[in-house]
Write a protein that binds this ligand. Structure first.
Ligand SMILES: *[C@@H]1O[C@H](CO)[C@@H](O)[C@H](O)[C@H]1NC(C)=O
Ligand SMILES: *[C@@H]1O[C@H](CO)[C@@H](O)[C@H](O)[C@H]1NC(C)=O
Ligand SMILES: *[C@@H]1O[C@H](CO)[C@@H](O)[C@H](O)[C@H]1NC(C)=O
Ligand SMILES: *[C@@H]1O[C@H](CO)[C@@H](O)[C@H](O)[C@H]1NC(C)=O
Ligand SMILES: *[C@@H]1O[C@H](CO)[C@@H](O)[C@H](O)[C@H]1NC(C)=O
Ligand SMILES: *[C@@H]1O[C@H](CO)[C@@H](O)[C@H](O)[C@H]1NC(C)=O
Ligand SMILES: *[C@@H]1O[C@H](CO)[C@@H](O)[C@H](O)[C@H]1NC(C)=O
Ligand SMILES: *[C@@H]1O[C@H](CO)[C@@H](O)[C@H](O)[C@H]1NC(C)=O
Ligand SMILES: *[C@@H]1O[C@H](CO)[C@@H](O)[C@H](O)[C@H]1NC(C)=O
Length: 566
């Protein structure tokens, strides 16, 4: 016989899964789980063969134990002040007896580098009152999402060496709304140590995000080691200890592949390339020219020469080194293309013009060369929106166009038949509102710039990020072309010290929009009153994972779900 312990009447714990599942029911019975719980996969123990499916399943099982027993938290903040909220561990307590993982389908061969839509990410989770847990999914990634959800049902106990839930029985059926749920991390303007990148991917996976966009180079620094061209990073990185080796890149790709987060690298070009000029001055026009505001969006100015024969030769060699190394673990490459500055080409002796009609064919040719090499290596290209919407380039139809300038750009992209990513500077830029990073001389300039706000402020808080609907204004017949989106951390003022607080928990808000959609079952905007307690809890779970996520609210609010509703 089993018995359950009814939790305290003061308990305000909600089913706090983040992002919200498509459908779920819960009860209010208590179950316990300890380290002896067995997690089986398709009727056996952990698989020991060396397929990606086995590695993904195995890894997600290990992460489940680690999360439940090493990275869990005591939910005191979600209960009345000084209340006795914890269930008592009695001798007749009911334990989870088994966790059965059932994969109904087989993974595609490219499960470690899927295109959007290749991997079915859905899962079901059933937890009975008597402690039987069954997670089903068509793919290994679906199973890992099911296990992630499972861990979010459990809390650490202050006295017992096991974890508990007060929500049994639970039935969940879940799948994402958008296929591309990403974050763009700039590691050029400031370097991010590998440990921080691993932690970021871990936190992304815990939010069921699946694309890590690595903006690895820019005008300020080139930290990416290209082994056949060592001078690039040796001269272009800020310092010799701020480089990403080929082994680093591969290790991050592997780490991501195991948790369903594909690492998608961007080498921004033809603009944003000044750092190449340290090793290859002949390739770059207007290198560090002043006033930089005439020649680039940001200092230092510098852009690829657009009509030089040396630039294509450089790109050919660089990509021939890089792409084959990336190919085993990603299907995508981002070719950049934002903020091309026409004036810089007036300083380019191969062009000597800033006229649109002169530059447009040269940029088209530049793009065509890159696209051709990417296609030959079997990559799907991404570009920033200007390539399509400002320069009107002809792009292969499989190109994914990343919008950022305005929310209205999304419609313009899909109307032309291209797939679009959302994440405009007005909503999903994480860096905005931190204030100016440029200095102003005393006098008129400083007076005019006072109070030194930045171009995209104020800060986009989680509520604003949560209120954004990627499908706003998109007609139904084009909605399938909006494949997802990304938050962005441009890093003039973000390095390892403040990275976590800049990213989390605000990126959680975007992750829920991308997984669950911005509208509830009745088609209404999702309620921040309902989201807030769950986000508060997700924040605690991220902190327990070692992520220094900002608080969402003070305990006064989280202790009473409506205290802080106005
Ligand atoms: C589901 O969980 C919530 C939050 O703990 C609780 O208020 C509710 O009563 C539970 N549902 C059932 C049917 O027990
Ligand atoms: C699965 O994990 C175990 C450790 O728990 C390890 O010994 C085994 O090699 C792993 N198998 C694979 C395929 O990674
Ligand atoms: C897997 O198969 C089981 C049994 O047929 C079914 O109940 C479950 O819904 C399936 N899961 C998925 C994700 O298709
Ligand atoms: C280009 O340079 C001219 C000065 O030569 C300046 O007036 C103009 O604003 C610059 N354009 C851009 C886009 O910076
Ligand atoms: C081109 O240069 C002229 C002369 O400096 C300047 O007035 C104009 O704004 C420039 N055009 C662009 C697109 O930058
Ligand atoms: C590009 O370079 C070629 C060869 O030097 C030259 O013939 C052509 O006029 C140049 N195009 C422009 C737009 O300057
Ligand atoms: C691209 O097309 C838009 C809209 O037709 C137009 O305003 C813009 O000038 C064009 N740009 C170029 C570089 O041709
Ligand atoms: C719902 O959100 C959209 C933004 O996505 C906003 O324009 C609209 O006003 C909101 N509707 C309500 C009823 O709040
Ligand atoms: C919780 O907040 C509501 C609304 O402010 C208030 O009416 C209620 O008394 C509070 N409950 C407790 C136990 O503090």
């Amino acid at each position: 016989m089993w018995k359950y312990l009814v939790c305290s009447i003061f308990a305000t714990t909600a089913l706090a899964i983040w992002p919200l599942p498509v459908s779920y029911t819960n009860g209010s019975e208590t179950l316990w789980i300890d380290r002896n719980v067995r997690i089986s996969y398709n009727g056996g123990d952990e698989s020991s063969d060396n397929t990606w499916t086995s590695k993904i399943v195995n890894n997600s099982i290990q992460r489940t134990y680690d999360t439940l027993f090493n990275k869990n938290f005591v939910p005191w903040k979600f209960h009345q002040r000084n209340s006795d909220f914890e269930p008592q561990l009695t001798s007749d307590a009911t334990y989870i007896t088994s966790i059965v993982l059932q994969q109904n389908g087989s993974d595609p061969d490219n499960v470690m580098k899927p295109d959007v839509g290749d991997v079915d990410e859905s899962y079901t989770l059933s937890m009975s009152s008597s402690g039987e847990v069954v997670i089903t999914a068509l793919s290994s990634i679906g199973l890992s999402y099911g296990l992630t959800t499972f861990t979010q049902l459990f809390f650490k106990h202050t006295r017992a060496a096991c974890a508990y839930t007060t929500l049994a029985p639970v039935e969940i059926s879940d799948k994402p709304m958008f296929g591309w749920r990403g974050m763009n991390v700039d590691t050029a303007r400031t370097f991010k140590p590998m440990a921080d990148l691993y932690a970021t991917i871990d936190a992304m996976a815990y939010n069921k995000m699946n694309r890590f966009h690595w903006h690895i180079t820019d005008s300020q620094a080139w930290p990416l080691v290209i082994p056949s061209m060592p001078e690039l990073a040796d001269q272009g990185a800020y310092a010799s200890f701020q480089q990403y080796s080929a082994a680093d890149v591969q290790a991050l790709q592997e780490y991501g592949a195991l948790v369903g987060v594909e690492v998608v690298m961007e080498i921004d070009q033809p603009g944003h390339t000044a750092a190449i000029g340290y090793a290859y001055p002949d390739l770059i026009a207007a290198f560090n020219y002043q006033p930089w505001g005439y020649f680039a969006a940001e200092t230092p100015a510098g852009t690829f020469k657009l009509n030089s024969t040396e630039v294509p030769a450089f790109l050919e060699k660089m990509f021939n080194d890089l792409l084959p190394r990336l190919a085993p673990l990603t299907s995508y490459f981002h070719l950049g293309g934002d903020e091309v500055n026409a004036n810089a080409s007036t300083q380019d002796e191969t062009v000597r013009s800033n006229k649109t009609e002169v530059l447009q064919p040269l940029i088209q040719k530049f793009m065509d060369r890159n696209q051709h090499q990417l296609a030959a290596a079997d990559f799907t290209p991404l570009v920033w929106e200007e390539m399509l919407l400002d320069w009107n380039l002809t792009l292969p139809l499989n190109t994914i166009v990343q919008t950022w300038i305005s929310e209205q750009s999304v419609l313009k992209v899909v109307q032309q038949g291209y797939r679009a990513l959302v994440g405009a500077s007005s909503t999903w830029y994480l860096d905005c509102g931190h204030g100016d990073w440029v200095d102003h001389y005393q006098g008129a300039d400083a007076r005019q710039a006072y109070p030194y706000t930045d171009w995209c402020g104020p800060v986009h808080n989680w509520r604003q990020m949560y209120a954004y609907d990627p499908l706003e204004g998109i007609p139904d017949h084009l909605a399938h072309l909006v494949i997802g989106g990304e938050t962005h951390i441009w890093s003039e003022q973000t390095d390892a010290m403040n990275m976590d607080t800049m990213l989390w928990p605000r990126t959680c808000a975007a992750s829920e929009v991308l997984w669950s959609g911005a509208k509830d079952e009745q088609g209404r905007n999702r309620s921040q009153v309902l989201a807030s307690p769950r986000l508060n809890e997700m924040r605690e779970r991220l902190v327990a994972r070692g992520i220094r996520a900002e608080p969402v609210q003070m305990p006064l609010c989280t202790m009473n779900g409506t205290q802080c509703v106005v």
